[in-house]
Design a protein around this ligand. Structure first.
Ligand SMILES: Nc1ncnc2c1ncn2[C@@H]1O[C@H](COP(=O)(O)OP(=O)(O)OP(=O)(O)O)[C@@H](O)[C@H]1O
Ligand SMILES: [Mg+2]
Length: 373
């Protein structure tokens, strides 16, 4: 069976499965139009036209380059050109099935996958375009950026991220571990609603062969120690990364900041110091000029610290984190234990990379993966 007939079968299965909303879109391959009920499979030419020949590159990550485009229907999209070797990738049919499943996952705080394109060895993913870029670019880029994010916005963004992650972890079956929660994977739409991107990408790769399973996915500083050292992956690794992100959002500081003096560079370590000396308020972003509810800010920092605890079992599940952030669940009486720190590992990695390409700014925006073995 060729790809077109597979898609036709897939399409009818989907309709049989109760898709039935008439949300049909057409994909094309080799001149032949292929219809699926759930998502379009674009031809390479369609993508080329949409991106005006891949003219506007908007970013580059561990999986490849991202380009801005506009579909025939007028919608703006971000096209991710996967640069992973073909042998690591799932075969065409499996790839499309996985894409279909992923494009079915819809939540207000998740970026929607609009479709894909397969052309020989080329694999491309088409996402909704997010107007306000990522939290990394829009927020962590400097004081000037952070001033646009008042407390209410920071609260809503934190809560949105927590809800998106809680959905992936606890509301879909089988659950999805994101693996790479970090500021550059939190995109912001035109209303600054946060949307998690890049979830479920591991599914597109063959087991034991992927870029992800042979290297520990994730970015320096956001990685839980157990995942960094042994590759042991659970939902609690995402919870750790979320905790780091939460500390970043409240403090306005990147997870690692080499502009600061030695001892102050690692945000998680610093937050713990402030916590044990009962001075957490000092960590809140000075750019806010005190214009924030103190109790809530401290609560958010405590939730961050609860999420980064070294003992995985003590970290809350994401649904609990949501309840703590909204104060439906009290945090005052919960004892917080020491955080897991990968500072020593990071020092090692940084020394290894200093002479080559690794710079301090990349420590929080790394496009690659951290090889822990
Ligand atoms: N849907 C999108 N809308 C707008 N910009 C996007 C979108 N997807 C990605 N980008 C931009 O492209 C950049 C690169 O994204 P990409 O996911 O490839 O790399 P990354 O997030 O930095 O690292 P990783 O590969 O680990 O996810 C992002 O930081 C963001 O600026
Ligand atoms: Mg990304």
């Amino acid at each position: 069976m060729n790809l077109s007939s597979f898609l036709s079968c897939f399409s009818s299965q989907q309709r049989g499965g109760g898709g039935g909303g008439g949300e049909e879109e057409a994909g094309q391959r080799g001149g032949e139009t292929v219809t699926t009920s759930k998502f379009p499979v674009f031809s390479y030419n369609q993508i080329k036209t949409a991106t005006q020949g891949f003219r506007q590159k908007i970013g580059e990550g561990g999986f490849g380059s991202v380009y801005k485009g506009r579909l025939q229907n007028g919608n703006f999209v971000a096209v991710k050109v996967l640069s992973v070797e073909l042998e690591s990738m799932r075969g065409e049919r499996e790839f499309i099935s996985e894409i279909a499943a992923l494009s079915d996952i819809k939540h207000e705080n998740l970026v929607i996958l609009r479709g894909c394109c397969i052309d020989g060895a080329k694999r491309l993913l088409v996402y909704d375009f997010m107007e306000n870029n990522s939290l990394f670019h829009a927020f962590l880029g400097g004081e000037h950026n952070r001033m646009k994010f008042n407390w209410t916005l920071r609260r809503n963004i934190s809560l949105g991220i927590a809800k998106g992650l809680s959905y992936l972890h606890e509301e879909i079956n089988p659950h999805i571990i994101h693996r790479d929660i970090k500021a550059s994977n939190i995109l912001l739409d035109e209303n600054f609603t946060p949307k998690l991107s890049d979830f479920g990408l591991a599914r597109l790769f063959r087991e034991n062969m992927s870029h992800i399973s042979t290297r520990v996915a994730g970015t320096l500083g956001y990685l839980s120690p157990e995942y960094a050292t042994s590759g042991h992956l659970t939902r609690k690794s995402d919870v750790y990364s979320f905790g780091v992100l939460l500390l970043e959002i409240v403090s306005g500081r990147p997870v690692v900041d080499y502009h600061l003096q030695y001892g102050d560079q690692f945000l998680v370590e610093k937050a713990w110091e402030f916590y044990i000396s009962n001075t957490l308020l000092e960590l809140v972003d000075p750019v806010l000029s005190g214009d924030f509810p103190e109790e809530e800010a401290i609560r958010f920092l405590k939730v961050g610290l609860l999420c980064v605890q070294e003992t995985t079992k003590l970290r809350p599940r994401m649904s609990m984190a949501v309840k703590m952030l909204t104060n439906e669940m009290k945090t005052e009486d919960i004892e917080i234990s020491r955080p897991g720190l990968v500072a020593d590992l990071m020092d090692l990695k940084i020394r290894q990379n200093q002479s080559s390409h690794f710079s301090s700014s990349q420590a929080s925006s790394s496009t690659g993966s951290f090889q822990a073995r």
